[in-house]
Design a protein around this ligand. Structure first.
Ligand code: HEC
Length: 189
């Protein structure tokens, strides 16, 4: 076909003319594929019971919930006596101090005297009763609203235990520059 045959008649703009060329095959193929995809997609999500975004979210969240529950169940509940006995374990205290320095010092001060976070050497507690078990629980879940990060999954459980045992060992040290009491006074058992 010569260019003359493909000329679109009556299209002449200031001497510029157009040819009626067929669309390239790859372009048409892509176009038809998107049309077919669109029809299938629409039918699946509109008539054939495809999940809504809310349903997809709910099913993914339930998987997360199940895994979380499973990990809580396998978590061995250790007694307060077990933790208190660790106060004599130099290795545990050293490991706890090292992790404390790396992860907690910035907010709780180098001697746990309090800074952004509360003083943890005094008998006043916002969460729990100052026992190792209660500190461990607070440290695991954090207090996100108040700027205390959750450490579960960030610090391995055993290391986190060492950190709170170390903090517990600082009780009553009355460090200089201690932050004024926050929370309720508790009786140390
Ligand atoms: C980004 C700052 C920040 C870091 C880092 C941080 N904390 Fe905290 N922490 C806080 C704040 C703020 C609070 C007070 C929360 C409130 O007011 O309810 C707090 C509270 C606590 C409490 C409860 C204190 C109470 O009086 O009841 C414990 C226990 C605790 N943190 C342990 C830790 C441990 C262990 C680490 C390190 C692994 C750590 N925190 C790291 C900011 C921090």
């Amino acid at each position: 076909m010569s260019d003359d045959d493909k000329l679109i008649k009556g299209h002449d703009y200031d001497g510029i003319q157009e040819l009626d060329n067929p669309l390239p095959g790859w372009w048409l193929a892509t176009f038809y594929i998107t049309v077919i995809f669109g029809v299938i997609y629409y039918a699946y999500y509109t008539f054939l019971g495809g999940p809504t975004s809310d349903e997809e979210l709910a099913s993914k969240m339930s998987v997360i919930q199940q895994e979380r529950q499973a990990s809580q169940e396998t978590l061995e509940v250790k007694s307060e006596d077990y933790f208190v006995a660790l106060l004599d374990n130099e290795e545990v205290l050293a490991a706890g101090k090292a992790e404390y320095t790396a992860k907690c010092l910035a907010c709780h001060g180098d001697k746990a005297q309090g800074l952004i976070g509360p003083n943890m050497t005094d008998p006043y507690w916002i969460h729990g009763d100052g026992s190792v078990s209660s500190m461990l629980q607070t440290a695991r879940v954090g207090v996100p609203d108040k700027g205390m990060p959750p450490w579960e999954g960030v610090i391995p459980e055993e290391t986190l235990e060492a950190v709170v045992v170390y903090i517990y060992s600082l009780y009553g040290t009355d460090p200089p520059g201690a932050k004024p009491p926050q929370g309720e006074q508790v009786e140390r058992k």
